[in-house]
Structures are given as structure tokens and as C-alpha cells.
Write a protein that binds this ligand. Structure first.
Ligand code: AMP
Ligand code: GLY
Length: 425
């Protein structure tokens, strides 16, 4: 079949890499894609926001199946438009993507369906939000309601910080008008974070595996938050018993809740969890694969990903069982100097062939472009250097061996990806 992957990040490169191996895939396209994806797919210069052009392209080329990578086009209704044009797609429609598009909706769903999460209140007015803060203990977490590119969450250690956070989101509209129209204020959860993924076909959910990422930019989990500087799977905190609890207490009630709301969810449900002394608690739901988590999942997946994604879209997931490598996978993100603050575009990257020649290493592209004969960095997060090996520690050694072959003075990476899994427990 002819498949189109929408997006241009490391997540979408790893999806293309896995889909290209499927016996069902006859021809693969990516919109807009990147130079790494171009090795396995035909890249077409259509932006992920240009829904009309995507639908038109699918009609023209007779695309059988579209896999949508990022959250923004899902929340904005790309799948609705594809389905209206009778083009099959992987990912939720906009009614279901509200699970990620509105933190307030997600929290209310948890309250209605008894899904464990931090205690919270929603406010559409700053004075009422500030009053609430006076009556509650710190630390507290202030969150912009809408999509804020992973930056709309402010952890407040004292009441002054919480006041400033409310002003930042609601008055200064730091994340835009829509994201700042409402805030969620919630209790701070203590524990270890994990990213849990399940495929959902509307009614049934099939667990994938868990991963852990490193959100902060510097070693030792210091510095500002980023989209994720590295990831690994399996996550030691999510063993089989914990997986069963997460499915029973969080994933299955969410799937049922969305049906009851008249918003059946299809696609991948990515639960951002805090594993607390009291069991798993939901921090947030995302309606797409994580990045870089997707890269390590694709390395570990043994089953045909295209068959699984199709089963999701066609409502026949109950017939699917996913098989995984026992080996661990680890991804090190290489980013442009300065990220996540302002950075310059256009620095030249060399040495990728040497990195890819390392046995069991795979390099996924995120923010790269080709200018004449050079590969250049055009994004914050630029490469995902990954490895698959019998343990997280071994995968780490191989991934950094490959990182060290990359000749890119304009970029940097953390050197401690995987520390939580590798330390003695
Ligand atoms: P989110 O965008 O909701 O995933 O939040 C970003 C990060 O903020 C999470 O990965 C957590 O590290 C942190 N966070 C969010 N909510 C809470 C909470 N209630 N308690 C503790 N940490 C949180
Ligand atoms: N790595 C976290 C995310 O994709 O949201």
C-alpha cells in the first residue's frame, strides 16, 4: 500500500524507518519529511498545517493510509479532513485529540471516571486562581490549558512564584491567547516519571512498552525543560505488575470514558505518568507518540508497525499482539548550541556515515536540512543517535560511541542519558 507520514521530526523518521520494513508498504511518502526520512521515503514539501494540500496530495497519489506524527495537526482536525475525504488515517480526530488539546478536559475526564491524577481546579479568571493559591499548600503546579509546545507547565515552590505563573499565562499570555484563557492548578506529585504508550482503536487498547525521557537540557537533570534530550526503554519502574495497573487504572478507563463522552479515541495514547508510592498517577495524556520515546520504541518493536497502526484505524486491535525485543534501546538527542533558548540555524554536520557504521547504532534525523552538498542543522533538536543492546548500560555505550563520531561543533548533547535505569537500585 501507499503510505504518507506527516511530520519532520525524529519521531517521524523512526516511524518511516519502521514502516519501510513492513511487507505491506509498497511506497512511502513523507510531508514535509527531512533528509534522513528521504533515505526511505519520497519527501514532499507540504507543511503539516496545510491540511487542504495534504488531502489533495493523498487524492492525487492514491494514498491508502496516512500516519500523522505531531499533535498540532491532530488537535486542528487533519484526521477529520482525511476521513471526510475517505482517506484512512492513524491518529485521533479533533474531538478525541482534545485529551491533549485541553488539560482541563483531561482533568475533568479523570474526575468523572476515577482515573488517578493530581488534585486540581480549573480557572478562567486570574483573581480566582490567586485566591485558590492562598488556601493551598505549595509546591503547586500551574498549567496553561491549551497546547503550549511543552512549555505551559510551571512548577511553583512558593506562593509568589504561583502568582507570577498565573500572570505569565493569563495576563501576559506568554503561550498565546488560546492557551492562556484558562489555567489548571494542581498538586505537586512526588515520584519517578515514565512515558507509557498504548495503541487504541476506539474500544480496545493494546499496551506497547514504557520509556523514560530526560526533559531537562543539562546533565543531572538540570536547566530548563526541553522537548526531551534522550530516552530509553524498558523503564525499570514499569514492570509487568505496574503495566497491568496502568492499563486497569488509567488507560482502559480513559478509553471507556472517551466512548462515554461520545469522543472515541483512535491512535496512540501516550500517558505521561508519575509512579508514586501510591501507584501510577496521570500527569497528562498526549495523543501521539513521544519524541524521542518513539525512536526507542521503534527500535524495540519486532512486530510489523504498519499492520498495528492499520488495525488501530480499522477497529480490529483485539486481533493484534505486539512483539518486542528483550533488548533495551536508548536515544541520545543532539541539539543545536543554545537550545532550548535562541539558537542559530545552518551549522554543518559531518561524520554521520561513521556514526551509522557503528554496529547496532541507528541515527534518526529531526531538525536537519540539505544545503548543496552539506547536511545542516535547522532545528533545536537535530539528531537522535540510538542503539539497541542487551541492557540500557550497553545501549548507552554504543549510542555515545556513535555520538562521538558525529563532527558537529555547532551542537551538543547530554552525556548521562539513562542514568536512572543504570544506577544501582
Ligand atoms: P506536562 O507538560 O503536563 O507533561 O508537564 C511537564 C512536566 O512538568 C512533567 O513532565 C513533569 O515533570 C512536571 N509536572 C507536571 N505536572 C506535575 C505535577 N502535578 N507534579 C509534579 N510534576 C509535574
Ligand atoms: N518527550 C516528551 C514528549 O514527546 O512529549
Amino acid at each position: 500500500m501507499k503510505v504518507l507520514v506527516v511530520g519532520s521530526g525524529g519521531r517521524e523518521h523512526s516511524l518511516c524507518w519502521a514502516i519501510a520494513k513492513s511487507r505491506k508498504c509498497r511506497k512511502l511518502f513523507a510531508a514535509p519529511g527531512n533528509p534522513g526520512m528521504a533515505q526511505v521515503a519520497d519527501c514532499v514539501p507540504i507543511s503539516v498545517d496545510d491540511h487542504e494540500a495534504i488531502v489533495e496530495f493523498c487524492r492525487e497519489k492514491g494514498i491508502d493510509f496516512v500516519v500523522v506524527g505531531p499533535e498540532a495537526p491532530l488537535v486542528e482536525g487533519l484526521v477529520d479532513k482525511l476521513e471526510a475525504a475517505e482517506i484512512k488515517a492513524f491518529g485521533p480526530n479533533s474531538r478525541a485529540a482534545i485529551l491533549e488539546g485541553s488539560k482541563g478536559f483531561m482533568k475533568d475526564l479523570c474526575a468523572r471516571f476515577d482515573i488517578p491524577t493530581a488534585d486540581y481546579r480549573r480557572f478562567d479568571e486570574p483573581d480566582a486562581a490567586k485566591e485558590y493559591i492562598h488556601l493551598h499548600d505549595v509546591p503547586l503546579v500551574v498549567k496553561a490549558d491549551g497546547l503550549a509546545a511543552g512549555k505551559g507547565v510551571i512548577i511553583c515552590r512558593n506562593k509568589n512564584e504561583a502568582h507570577a505563573a498565573i500572570d505569565h499565562v493569563m495576563t501576559e499570555l506568554a503561550f498565546g491567547e488560546q492557551a492562556g484563557a484558562e489555567v489548571v492548578i494542581e498538586a505537586f506529585l512526588e515520584g519517578e516519571e515514565a512515558s507509557f504508550f498504548a495503541l487504541v482503536d476506539g474500544e480496545h487498547a493494546v499496551p506497547m512498552v514504557a520509556a523514560q525521557d530526560h526533559k531537562q537540557v543539562f546533565d543531572g537533570d538540570e536547566g530548563p525543560n526541553t522537548g526531551g534530550m534522550g530516552a530509553y526503554s524498558p523503564a525499570p519502574v514499569v514492570d509487568q505488575a505496574m503495566t497491568d495497573r496502568i492499563m486497569d487504572e488509567i488507560i482502559n478507563p480513559t478509553v471507556k470514558g472517551m466512548v462515554a463522552e461520545g469522543r472515541p479515541f483512535k491512535g496512540v495514547l501516550f500517558a505521561g505518568l508519575m509512579i508514586t508510592g501510591d501507584g501510577p498517577k496521570l500527569i497528562e495524556h498526549n495523543v501521539r507518540f513521544g519524541d524521542p520515546e518513539c525512536q526507542v520504541l521503534m527500535l524495540r518493536l519486532k512486530s510489523d508497525i504498519l499492520e498495528a497502526l492499520l488495525a488501530c484505524a480499522e477497529g480490529r486491535l483485539h486481533k493484534i499482539k505486539l512483539k518486542w525485543h528483550d533488548d533495551a534501546a536508548l536515544a541520545v538527542v543532539m541539539a543545536t548550541n543554545g537550545y532550548p533558548e535562541a539558537y542559530e540555524k545552518g551549522s554543518v554536520i559531518r561524520g554521520l556515515d561513521k556514526a551509522k557504521a557503528i554496529k547496532h547504532a541507528v541515527v534518526f534525523h529531526a531538525g536537519t536540512d540539505r544545503v548543496d552538498d552539506d547536511l545542516v542543522a535547522v532545528g533545536g533538536r537535530v539528531l537522535g543517535v540510538c542503539a539497541l543492546a542487551p541492557s540500557v548500560a550497553k545501549a548507552k555505550t554504543i549510542a555515545y560511541r556513535a555520538v562521538d563520531k558525529v563532527d558537529w561543533p555547532g551542537g551538543f548533547c547530554r552525556r548521562d542519558i539513562g542514568w536512572r535505569a543504570i544506577r544501582k537500585r
